[in-house]
Design a protein around this ligand. Structure first.
Ligand code: ADP
Ligand code: MG
Length: 228
């Protein structure tokens, strides 16, 4: 099944009197189980494309269907419902809540979801923290963890609701290359074991090499899209 189908998507941003064409006529289908890298230089439209894939924003023109739901006609609350139910996000700068421990950061989305009790939450959170390899650090706050450890917490937080799709915007940009490689290996393992679909952006050739499908962006257009 297609997770997200974009057809002829354009996204323009208005900057004062000028209009920036961030995406032009992008047609792509993200399939269940994909492990995709969106690659391109800074300004090529990677973040804009992830925002579109993640139902964070609507296109200027063209259509987007997320699991067959037409995004174009949705209200902000409906988009939020789709994101909450199906999509996990990982960011370049980790974006953890500084006053919460690793455990609490990962538990937080489940508290908002309100459908698990304390014990169920703890069991699930502990399992995921173990899976991403930081079970023993779960009582630490982000400031007491390395960048790689923080990104593992962020991945656990993205996974905790068992999403269909995880979007990661330059997830290794603030990590050294060895740590970045380990983060990619972890995402690939989860892609294999949970069948979670991953789309991550990068401009780093080492990171692109992990992708099973590589989509290259150039000036907001898809320059190539190939299985590897
Ligand atoms: P990338 O993530 O590949 O660096 P972006 O998607 O962030 O690319 O940006 C694509 C283009 O759109 C760039 O020219 C950028 O300056 C512009 N852009 C992105 N977001 C905005 C915004 N909110 N307002 C105005 N211009 C934007
Ligand atoms: Mg970007």
């Amino acid at each position: 099944m297609a997770i997200n189908e974009m057809t002829g998507v354009c996204k323009n941003y208005r900057l004062g009197k000028t209009e920036v064409k961030a995406l032009s006529d992008v047609t792509v289908s993200i399939e269940e189980g994909d492990f995709i890298s969106i690659a391109g230089p800074s300004g090529s439209g990677k973040t804009t494309m992830l925002n579109m894939l993640g139902c964070l924003d609507k296109p200027t023109s063209g259509s987007i269907a997320f699991m067959k739901n037409n995004i174009n006609e949705m209200k902000p609350g409906q988009l939020a419902d789709i994101r909450n139910a199906h999509i996990g996000f990982v960011f370049q700068s980790f974006n953890l809540i500084p006053v919460l421990t690793a455990f609490e950061n990962v538990e937080f989305p489940l508290i908002l979801q309100k459908n698990k009790n304390v014990e169920e939450r703890a069991k699930h959170v502990n399992e995921i923290l173990d899976e991403v390899g930081i079970g023993e650090l779960k009582h630490r706050r982000p400031s007491d963890m390395s960048g790689g450890q923080q990104q593992r917490v962020a991945i656990a937080r993205a996974l905790v609701k068992n999403p269909k799709l995880v979007l990661a915007d330059e997830p290794t940009a603030n990590l050294d290359s060895k740590t970045g490689e380990n983060i990619l290996k972890l995402m690939l393992e989860i892609n294999k074991s949970h069948k979670t679909t991953f789309v991550f952006s990068t401009h780093d050739p080492m990171v692109m090499n992990f992708a099973k499908r590589l989509i290259k962006l150039h000036d907001g257009q898809i320059a190539s899209d190939e299985k590897r």
